[in-house]
Every structure is written in C-alpha cells, then in structure tokens.
Design a protein around this ligand. Sequence first.
Ligand SMILES: [Fe+2]
Ligand SMILES: [Fe+2]
Ligand SMILES: [Fe+2]
Length: 424
Amino acid sequence: MNINRNLLLIQCLEALGLVLEYDLNDNSAHQHAIRVGEMCAVIAEKVGLPPYKIQQLYFAGLIHDIGKIGIDVNLLRQKRKLTDAEFKLVQPHSVIGGKIAAALPELSDLAFWIRWHHEKWDGTGYPDGLAGSQIPVEVQILSAIDCFDSLQTPRLDRDKLSQDESEKVIRDQRGTSFNPVIVDLISDMIEKDEIIPGKSSDKFIEIKEKYINRNYQDGADDYWDGLGMAGMYPILRLFARVIDAKHGYTQGHSTRVSILSKYIAKKAGFSLDDIIKVEVAGLLHDAGKISIPNEVLDKAYSPDSNEWELIKNHPLHSYNILKHINLMSEIAEITKQHHERLDGSGYPGGYSENSIGLLAQIIAISDSFDAMTSDRSYREMCNTEAAYAEIANGAGTLYNREFARILTDTPSYYIRALFDMHLE
Ligand SMILES: [Fe+2]
Ligand SMILES: [Fe+2]
Ligand SMILES: [Fe+2]
C-alpha cells in the first residue's frame, strides 16, 4: 500500500475531529472541532502567521479536546452543570491532550497549544496559569474561537446560544479570558463575512489548498517513504485509542484485534500488502461504535430490539467515517463486513460466504475471540479454552474454517505473550 503520510495525517486528523464530537453531544456530530480548525486557519492567515503555523493551528483546532479520551465519559455527558469538584476532574484533558499530540513528531509543536487551550489572558486559566504574551498568539486565537463556537454547539447541559449571543459572551471576556485585540479581530472578521461561523468559507478552501495540504518538514517525505506503512502506525494507533476510550471495557480491543488478525493472516500465507491491510483494518474496525450511545453499550443486560438495531449499524458507521479518509477506501470495505457471518446470519448486510472478503473473515474471528475473552458489560467473559471451543463450533458456518483452525491451534500462552508484547 503506497500511502502519502502527510495526506494520511491530515485525513486522519479530520476524521478524528469528527469522531471526537460524537461522544460528547448526545451522539450526533456537530462538527465543533472542524469549525474551530477552519476558523482558526482563516484568522491565522489574516494575521499573517507563517504557512506552517496556519497548518498547525488548523490541526490544533481539530483535536484540541482529544485529551477528553482520558476523562470519565460520565462526567463529560452530564445533563447538568458540573460542580466545581467535577470540573476539576475534567481540567486535565488539556494536559492529556498535549501529551497525546507530543507523541507524534508532526504534532509536537502544537502539543503546547493543546496543553494551553484553557489558559486565560488574565492568568486565571489552567494548567500553567500563563498570562498575556506568555500565551502564544496561536493559543489566543484557538481559545477565543473554541469558546465562541462551543457556545453555539448544542450540549446536554445547556441550550445553545445564537451567534450574536456567543459573540457577546466573548466580548464580555475581552481582557479577562481573551486578548482584546483577538476579540476585536474576530468581531471585525465576522462583520465583514471573512469568517462565517457554522460553515466552510471559500477563503478556508483556498487556504487549505495553499497552506494546509502541504508537508513542511524537510526531507520528511523521504524519511517516511523509507519507513513505509510502519510510519503510519503512530497515527493509526492514536485513532484506535480514541475509539477504544469511548467505553471502558473495550480498552485495548482494537489493538488486540489488529495484532491477532495480523498473526492469522501471516500464518495463512497472505501477501505483505494484505497483512498490512488487515492490521490497519483491525485498528479501525470499530470506529463506528462511537455512534452508539454509551447507555446502550454500557448496559448490564442484553440490549433490547431497538438497541440491537443501533449496534448492528456500527460497521456501516465505521465505513462512513473511514470513507472520509480516501486513502483508506479498501480498509473501509473490510470494516463494513467485520460482523458478517458465512451462513448469512451476520449484520448489517446478512451477506453469505462468497460476498465476504477474506480479510474481513479474519477480523471477524479475532474480533469474536477478543469479545469472548474480555469483559463485556452484559455478559461474563470466558477463558481462552472456552472461546476456542466456541470458535471451533462455528467453524464452517459462522467463521472461515481455515482461519478458525489457525487460531484454535495456537496455544493460549502464545496469544497472551503476543498481546503482552504489543500492548502498553
Ligand atoms: Fe477543552
Ligand atoms: Fe464491531
Ligand atoms: Fe470489535
């Protein structure tokens, strides 16, 4: 698979921007992060920041709240205003987000901005209590736009404000939370239609072509080309972490499915290209789970028929999310089929053997195995032997016979060691 890392990074960050949203706002995507990224880029260009900073600020907008994957989801989805004590528990998201970004070489500069996106002009923000010009201008832009846009985004704990009301709120904090110059600039640009809250402007599309879809690191292309697909893993693993973070009990699930699928594909003699595809598909197969409400996934008993309907659609949602990453079109196809079964009893398509791709048949086995051996909320987990028996039982009807046998022939100590070596 020949993939341009820079393009993949941009597309993954955009998909992440979308996916992160699903979590917090009653499970519909409001694209707050994408709007913040776009408005920030337009302002950055207006104030004459260098091209590289324009790109980085767009990225920062997309993932500014990525650290929320480390915060208790019940706190983030409260239907009322948080108490002071609860609010303190949400604050570390900026520090966590900075650490996540710092782990990717292309994001190490903007990691600071994410860490500081809740700093305030008068020094009363967090985590470092920076004030005035200690706060980089990029962060001054990001924090004002973040506030301006999030007020207009529907949330569980309050009604959304109109654009005018939101603008008034940031004007009221001119000189306290925000740099007065930036607040004035935002008002001015809105007035002149230079930023259009809520939708992509022509200006942004122009900026994206010119400044964002570019690689600013000298020689980076050669470096990453040399690494091949391996260079993409940090980005894809980050994506998988976001997917798994949504539900506590799925911690590490995507990575385990990826590791096990790679192992089966290798044993079955697939080409290197296919091995890579199945490994990546494993990491991303459950992206669509983000669209299932927590109440449904975290239930302590079996879902009812309406809830099953929601669950059954998640492979389609995975497909739709990954479709945004056009470099991932083949991966998207595989994820769409990961719950199909040979006898047609799977979902969402009810496809039968000949219409299910072989790589999807591998994912189906690793996914089922991991689901059986990890603790799901509505049923007890079972041990490896019991899971093997269940898989063997379904071989030829539910699961591909050959792939099932590769798995069940593998000693359980080997699987444990395999996971242990590759998981944090
Ligand atoms: Fe935040
Ligand atoms: Fe799934
Ligand atoms: Fe899964």
